[in-house]
Design a protein around this ligand. Structure first.
Ligand SMILES: [Cu+2]
Length: 668
């Protein structure tokens, strides 16, 4: 086992991001919530790339039409949209640049296909389907016809007769023949010169053959008639991008949750999403990307998109090439098996005739450990496709399982199978006490520390981070150190740490609500610089890692990033101060715990009991949800553990002498 120990004073400050956004004095809980929400809003907007306006006029083009648009930060979004989709009025001999921005999702694939008069997206999709049954009962049973993906003319610079598409040799659109760029992705351009010269204004549809309902239109008017202004086209594209992006980020927030059900035998069944969509954009993401289970648990992926297909394929990358539903291009042979398309192409004159598609699942439904090669086959919510919309795998062996979609390679996820239940308690001197299935990965007990340890956050790798009041971070076990505030003067001491679900980063929170973010944990705002009624005492992270909550000792809750605000105790009289919080694994709820053991649940974080009103020997200092979120543990200053719901009691440290009181806990 590797053991990476980082002493705080040796740590250079990493990605320091201090709080600036919230600056209003806050009074009651309602106002706190409102402030937190408005503080969070600008950071979401910051995820939208500034400066994209759909127009980057190249010297030789009169107009630019964006094909798809840059993916928002931290996301893999493909826009099923042209920018603008609203009509463009042009005239004969003008040039339109269809532009695939360099910032598109790496999985984006679209054609810009201009249709002859009288052709519609629907008639073109019927003539050039995305996917069709192979003729003659061949195996595999489906194929993608070449013309759907190929350009109608040879590519520019190829020297072949009719080659076109660059600024020097734009392809001619005469209005009588379809003209297609072929399917392509980020960083491409397709220059089209309008040669159609209708006597009266005539509208032509353009669309994407990969996503047939992604469409826009060109109206060609006789010369001398007014045409669109490039500035107006740019403004329309920018407004459309803002709307599309807000829509897909909202859809991602709705889908980015794991639903846990605990079975009678104690195992869990988890349901997550493979992609989500709006009319104009698709999230090519496994949501949540990182999911924690116990060995023996099963996970169901739901693919509900009506315009996209996906697979869930283990492991990620080339190692699962044998179960890829897409195989290399072939030439169609009238009788007998199709043959591989060679460099000289097919007798049809095309470079290839079709791409075979095998939609079936291959490999076991139960994975004995990471490295097992298996695939769901093609999943889709496309109505009438006959394709299943969900698939379930069971994870028997402990370990980290990587997977992805074989259609969209960048659509990745991980399943962390960690024995459960168990928990770690941490004391102020850095001592760590592991119970149940939680494995001990080292501690700072017995080491001289510059300041007291204030919290622990487990990672899936397995291991955990400890945070010191001075902002020092200690990475133990396989937890990967990503920076700290040790050695930097802080306005207020750090009071907690919460790692991302991947284990690739963490955030520290200070007493004044300041947030310090490291590794793969983006900063989405903080309460640093705001006047707080009560000090911040704890934090929790959402399942996506793209949001977090802070809690103050008066029970006020502040939500940032994709963390929903679901209520607080800020306006309620409490017998004892709040000392900690835990998020429900769905991301749709959280619990607060007070020093007297009172527990307050919000959202889907159900109340399973607490110690409020009961005599306890020592004050509570923290809490943790169990794996399924149908139970939780509380830990007291003397190491006493109180288990509720289906969280199993796995031992405590009460009764034994502690060198230093407990300050927090983490569980699985
Ligand atoms: Cu996919």
């Amino acid at each position: 086992m590797s053991r990476r120990l980082v002493v705080s004073t040796m740590c250079a400050a990493g990605a320091l991001v201090l709080a600036v956004s919230a600056n209003t004095a806050v009074v009651g809980a309602a106002q706190k919530a409102a402030t937190a929400t408005s503080a969070a809003a600008p950071s979401r907007d910051a995820g939208i790339r500034a400066g994209y306006h759909g127009v980057k006029l190249a010297g030789s083009a009169d107009y630019v039409v964006g094909v798809d648009a840059p993916t928002p930060a931290h996301h893999n979004v493909q826009y099923i949209d042209f920018f603008p989709r609203s009509g463009l009025t042009v005239t004969t001999n003008q040039v339109v640049d269809f532009n695939w921005d360099t910032g598109l999702s790496p999985d984006s694939l679209h054609s810009a296909t201009l249709l002859a008069a009288g052709h519609t997206a629907m008639t073109d999709a019927q003539a050039n389907p995305v996917i069709a049954p192979d003729e003659g009962g061949e195996a595999p049973p489906l194929y993608i016809p070449a013309p759907t993906f190929l350009s109608t003319n040879p590519p520019p610079g190829s020297g072949a007769p009719g080659a076109c598409g660059d600024p020097a040799t734009p392809c001619a659109f005469d209005g009588a023949h379809d003209l297609s760029s072929g399917a392509t992705g980020a960083g491409s351009d397709f220059f089209v010169k309008i040669t159609a010269a209708p006597a009266s204004p005539t509208t032509y549809v353009f669309h994407c053959r990969v996503h047939p309902f992604m469409q826009g239109s060109l109206t060609v008017v006789p010369s001398g008639t007014a045409t669109s202004s490039a500035a107006a086209i740019g403004a329309a594209a920018a407004a459309q991008y803002t709307d599309d992006t807000a829509g897909i980020l909202h859809a991602i927030d709705s889908a980015n949750h794991a639903a846990y059900v605990t079975n009678p035998d104690g195992s869990h069944h988890v349901t997550i999403s493979a992609g989500t969509e709006t009319q104009y954009a698709e999230a090519l993401e496994m949501m949540p990307q990182n999911v924690r289970v116990a060995p023996g648990d099963s996970v169901t992926w739901k693919a509900t998109e009506k315009a996209e297909i996906h697979t869930v394929t283990f492991p990620e990358g080339q190692a699962s090439a044998s179960v890829d539903p897409l195989s290399p291009p072939v030439c169609e042979v009238g009788s007998g098996p199709d043959t591989a398309a060679g460099p000289s192409g097919c007798t049809s004159g095309l470079p290839f005739d079709e791409l075979p598609v095998d939609p079936a699942p291959h490999g076991p439904a139960t994975l004995s450990g990471p490295g097992v090669v298996t695939s769901s086959g093609i999943l889709s919510g496309i109505p009438g496709s006959g394709l299943p919309s969900e698939h379930t795998f069971t994870f028997d062996g402990a370990g980290v399982y990587t997977y992805h979609c074989k259609i969209h390679d960048g659509m990745t996820g991980r399943i962390f199978a960690t024995p459960s239940p168990g928990y770690w308690n941490v004391a102020g001197d850095g001592g760590v006490f592991a119970h149940g299935m939680a494995s001990f990965a080292g501690s700072m007990g017995g080491t001289h520390l510059n300041s007291a340890v204030v919290g622990i956050s487990p990672t899936p790798d397995p291991g955990y981070f400890l945070a010191g009041a001075d902002g020092g971070v200690f990475a133990l076990g396989d937890a990967a150190y990503a920076g700290s505030m040790g050695g930097t003067r802080l306005n207020q001491p750090v009071v907690g740490i919460s790692s991302t679900p991947s284990g690739g980063g963490y955030r520290l929170v200070a007493k004044d609500g300041g947030i310090f973010a490291f590794g793969d944990a983006p900063f989405f705002g903080s309460m640093g610089g705001s006047r707080l009624n009560a000090p911040v005492v704890g934090m929790a992270t959402t399942p996506s890692g793209l949001g977090y909550w802070l809690v103050a000792s008066d029970g006020g809750v502040f939500a940032f990033g994709d963390a929903p605000y679901l209520g607080s105790m800020g306006a309620t009289h409490l017998n004892q101060p709040v000392v900690g919080m835990a998020a429900s694994p769905s991301g749709n709820g959280y619990w607060l715990v007070a020093a007297d053991g009172g527990v307050f649940g919000f959202g889907d974080a159900a109340y399973h009991g607490g110690m409020g009103g009961t005599h306890i020997n020592q004050a509570m200092v923290g809490m943790s949800s169990d794996l399924g979120g149908n139970g939780y543990w509380l830990v007291a200053r003397d190491g006493g553990i109180f288990a509720f719901g289906d969280a199993a009691f796995a031992g405590s440290d009460a009764g034994g002498p502690l060198n230093s009181p407990m300050v927090g806990m983490g569980g699985v």
